[in-house]
Each structure stands twice: as structure tokens, then as C-alpha cells.
Design a protein around this ligand. Structure first.
Ligand SMILES: [Ca+2]
Ligand SMILES: [Ca+2]
Ligand SMILES: [Ca+2]
Length: 251
């Protein structure tokens, strides 16, 4: 146990060194078409743990310059709000961004009865579904959960609404909602990067306020994924499991 702790500390140190060496994590936020509430809160997070964040926003769904960023945050309703907004070029651009090592974090998208939000921006099938709001979620036992709900904040509640459902096995469920029916937060490895698909709703200022803790945790989680991807874990042997599990198991 003590040895494992030492190894974990060494690994955490390596990750922080990697973080410092990499410079700030550049995040592009696709927002502004449906709600104006997310960016002011997101862009306040300049430092989380040992990571610095550099923020930019666009309302242009063709995502100009996406390749210059580490994380793409797809804001509330930017994929679907009474309609589907991505064209084939944007879909390809997003999939390529992740395959090349980027991380996409998607916030809630509108589905309605008879009009599920579409999934062409993902490399797998996923179904959007109309749901009512809920603040209750259940954390799964997947090792990839890591400290997502504990670091830097203990997160016991978050606001979800329209959801993603019927996830394929490629999506690692980190939290479920609606009695296990739907994806609360899921992790999808793709190429060298990851999608973090959520059913969180950030429509109103009070939604974003409610979700502020999980938003900060998602950013730290994504930063650690980026850092672990660029940290050599082999010399640490079994400790690699702590942060390398996702990579090792899902290549
Ligand atoms: Ca609608
Ligand atoms: Ca809806
Ligand atoms: Ca709804």
C-alpha cells in the first residue's frame, strides 16, 4: 500500500512536470448560439491543480482553428436545439481532432419526442432522448471514474435534462442518470484522444451555477487525461494502472 502510494505520488509529480512543460491547456468553447451563460463561468477557471487553462470562444460551428486547441468544449444546445446543426465537414473535423489526441467535452443537447439529437460527430452510435430535469446521478464502478467526482470538488449533485441513451460498449459510463437508463457522463476513447459525453444542462445562469463544481472537475479530469497521454508511464510499472488504465485497456 505504502509502495503504491509512493508510486502514485511519483506519477502525480511526473504528470505535473508534464503539465508545466506543456504550457497552458488551450480550450475552445463552442457557445453563444443558444445560451450566453457558460463562457463567463468557464473562462474563470485559469488554474486548476497544477494546470493552467487558456480560453477562447466561438459561435462558428465550422470551428475555425480547432487544430490549435487541446480541448473542445461543445456548449449547451450547440449540436442540437430543435434541429441538428453540424454539417458533414464539422463532423469529420471533430472526429479527426479527437483521433489526433484532442479531448471533446460535450454538454447537454436538445432532443424532442420523434427528434433524437444526432450522433454524426461521434464515431459510434448514440441516441438523444427527451427527458425532464434531474439533479440526481449515480457514479459507476468503472476504474476510469478516477477522482472525477472528488477532485478538486466533492460533487454530489449536478443538473441534467435531455440525455444520451443506449450507449454502445465503447462508451465507458462514469455516471448514469434516470435510474441507470441514460448516460450522465461517459468517456469514449477514440484514436489518441477522448470524448467526454455528458447530459448536463447548462441553459440558464442557475443551471451553470449548479454545475460549477462538476465543470471544474471535468476540466481537471480532461487535463489529467491529456497529461497522462504525454507522460511515459512504463518505468512505473503497475502504478501505470492509476492513470494509464484508460490508455492500456482501450487502445
Ligand atoms: Ca426542443
Ligand atoms: Ca427537448
Ligand atoms: Ca427536456
Amino acid at each position: 500500500m505504502k509502495r503504491l502510494f509512493t508510486l502514485a505520488c511519483a506519477l502525480a509529480f511526473l504528470i505535473s512536470v508534464a503539465a508545466a512543460a506543456q504550457g497552458p491547456i488551450r480550450v475552445l468553447v463552442l457557445t453563444g448560439n443558444v445560451t450566453q451563460e457558460e463562457y463567463p463561468v468557464l473562462s474563470q477557471f485559469q488554474t486548476i491543480g497544477s494546470f493552467q487553462f487558456e480560453w477562447a470562444q466561438t459561435a462558428d460551428r465550422s470551428l475555425p482553428g480547432l487544430e490549435n486547441y487541446d480541448i473542445l468544449w461543445i456548449g449547451q444546445g450547440e449540436i442540437c436545439e430543435n434541429a441538428y446543426f453540424f454539417d458533414a465537414a464539422t463532423e469529420t473535423k471533430i472526429k479527426d481532432f479527437v483521433a489526433n489526441g484532442g479531448i471533446v467535452i460535450s454538454i447537454g443537447q436538445d432532443s424532442d419526442d420523434g427528434r433524437p439529437c444526432e450522433d454524426g460527430w461521434l464515431p459510434v452510435d448514440l441516441i438523444g432522448v427527451e427527458r425532464g430535469g434531474t439533479e440526481v446521478f449515480e457514479v459507476t464502478n468503472a476504474p476510469e471514474v478516477g477522482s472525477l467526482f472528488e477532485k478538486p470538488n466533492q460533487v454530489n449533485t449536478a443538473h441534467f435534462d435531455d440525455a444520451w441513451t443506449a450507449p454502445p460498449p465503447e462508451i465507458i459510463l462514469l455516471a448514469t442518470i434516470n435510474n441507470g437508463q441514460d448516460v450522465g457522463i461517459g468517456l469514449l476513447p477514440h484514436g489518441d484522444g477522448y470524448y467526454i459525453v455528458t447530459s448536463l444542462e447548462n441553459e440558464s445562469a442557475s443551471d451553470v451555477q449548479t454545475n460549477q463544481l462538476i465543470i471544474e472537475n471535468l476540466l481537471l479530469y480532461a487535463a489529467e487525461l491529456l497529461a497522462s497521454a504525454s507522460t511515459p508511464v512504463e518505468p512505473l510499472g503497475k502504478a501505470a494502472v492509476l492513470w494509464g488504465a484508460v490508455k492500456a485497456n482501450h487502445r
